[in-house]
Design a protein around this ligand. Structure first.
Ligand SMILES: [Zn+2]
Length: 449
């Protein structure tokens, strides 16, 4: 059959992560340019790096803009001054809350030039003058950008080392929720990872309009994310050196489509339900585009897929009208079978040995586990409370489920005493998220909002 022969061909040309739309960058959004450069000067420091590679750079949470003392410093966006005082190594510093989770910090300011705490400022309003206060090496502005409680790396994409920047210039990066420097609503793509505690970083990609997300590990240091936005399939990937990119593919969907991506022997495969049909989507590298091939299986609802070792096709669970169905292929073609188990809401399948996936669902305030027993499929409660959505995965040898409840992320794992909660991550999330294992002790989580 054609899909099988395609897969054989793909196996020869498989690479880990390939940008099929090289050169295409994230489309412009109203949130772009929402902040302006607060001071003129030369960039001598970045987030987690001093440009001269001086020690201690890893602890540096902002960008340094050097110039002569007394130069005006402007508010990068509209907001309210929530701190204006002397603060240890930062010296005189001002913090502005812009709303929508955004804050900026301005430090080492010249004494006697600070705008008062509690003042509402407009974008471009002067708030201080450049100085040399606090633990400092020379006159400069130390400028931090915070989002949802974490200092942000993506500003490095504009504030590159030794660049001369000009006060008032719009910063051509995405600031979800800020439009023209004023707070609006948005759906930012965030990367959640374990460092010293759980942390989250903004990818710089505003994915307002997204309807489904599936993260996989294709090698490298960061996950690959497949997502549906505005009924188009996107491939999102990044690295610590090059940042994140969102590339639209040639694949489109109808409203209500669902996707689940897998790493199929080094090639991205995306199983999808769309228009009451199950599709297999994969890259055709020679043609430079993605192929959306019908399996001929009629099903709608949310899909979640796994890779069974030795199989030539992904295996999926599809929630058809609330009934879990298994979709798989063999040399005779694609098949669908009803498990006889019902489940509502978002589902997540994971393989934990054997040839059949387990399925997790959140219903009636509990996290449920569905699996194939010796007498057929069974569904049991894990005993763990939740009211959001699950994302199940293997973290090394440990079976885990990341689950949202009351808009917060929680971690559950299967240990020697059965299912247990590892507690909350202290990070809010929508139900559009996907946990992925890259190695080490903890998963990462790619989430929207
Ligand atoms: Zn600094």
């Amino acid at each position: 059959m054609s899909i099988r022969s395609k897969l054989v061909a793909l196996a020869v040309t498989a690479v880990s992560v390939l940008a099929l739309s090289a050169g295409v960058v994230a489309p412009a959004h109203a949130d772009t340019n929402a902040m302006i450069v607060p001071a003129s000067g030369t960039v001598y420091g970045q987030w987690h790096k001093y440009c001269d590679n001086a020690p201690g750079g890893y602890d540096h949470n902002g960008v340094d803009i050097s110039n002569a003392a007394g130069g005006p410093i402007w508010a990068a966006a509209a907001g309210t001054v929530v701190a204006s005082s002397y603060s240890g190594t930062l010296g005189n510093r001002i913090t502005i809350d812009h709303g929508a989770g955004w804050r900026t910090v301005y430090a080492h300011l010249k004494t006697g030039t600070l705008i008062a705490n509690g003042t509402h400022v407009s974008q471009g309003q002067q708030i201080a003058q450049m100085g040399n206060t606090g633990g400092n090496y020379a006159v400069h502005l130390h400028f931090e950008t915070w989002y949802n409680g974490a200092s942000q790396q993506f500003v490095n994409n504009y504030f590159t080392c030794f660049k001369n920047v000009v006060r008032g210039t719009p910063i051509p990066l995405n600031y979800p929720g800020l439009d023209g420097g004023t707070a609006t609503s948005s759906l930012p793509l965030m990367q959640v990872y374990a460092g010293s505690g759980w942390q989250q970083g903004y990818t710089g990609i505003d994915f307002t309009g997204a309807s489904d997300i599936s993260a996989i590990y294709m090698g490298g240091t960061w996950p690959t994310v497949m997502a549906i936005k505005d009924n188009t399939l996107y491939q999102i990937y990044g690295s610590e050196t090059e940042g994140w990119q969102a590339n639209p593919t040639n694949v489109t969907f109808s409203p209500g489509a669902s996707i689940s991506a897998v790493n199929f022997n080094g090639t991205i495969q995306v199983m999808a339900t769309d228009n009451n049909t199950v599709y297999q989507i994969y890259p055709d590298y020679s043609a430079g585009q993605w192929v959306k091939a019908s399996t001929g299986i009629q099903a709608s609802g949310q899909i979640s897929s796994v890779v069974v070792p030795g199989s030539n096709w992904p295996t999926s669970i599809v929630s058809v009208g609330g009934a879990l169905h298994l979709v798989w292929a063999d040399s005779a073609g694609w098949h669908i079978g009803n498990t006889g188990v019902t489940a509502s809401g978002r589902i997540s399948a994971v393989l934990d040995g054997g040839n059949l996936p387990q399925v997790y669902s959140v219903e009636n305030g509990l996290l449920y586990q569905t699996f194939a027993g010796p007498n057929g499929w069974v569904k049991i409660s894990t005993g763990l409370g939740a009211n959001g959505a699950p994302s199940a995965l293997k973290v090394g040898n440990t079976l885990e489920v990341i689950v949202t409840s009351n808009g917060q992320l929680y971690q559950a794992y299967y240990g020697s005493n059965g299912w247990a909660s590892a507690g909350g991550l202290g990070i809010a999330s929508s139900n559009l998220f996907s946990a992925v294992y890259l190695g080490g002790d903890q998963p990462q989580i790619m989430k929207l909002g």
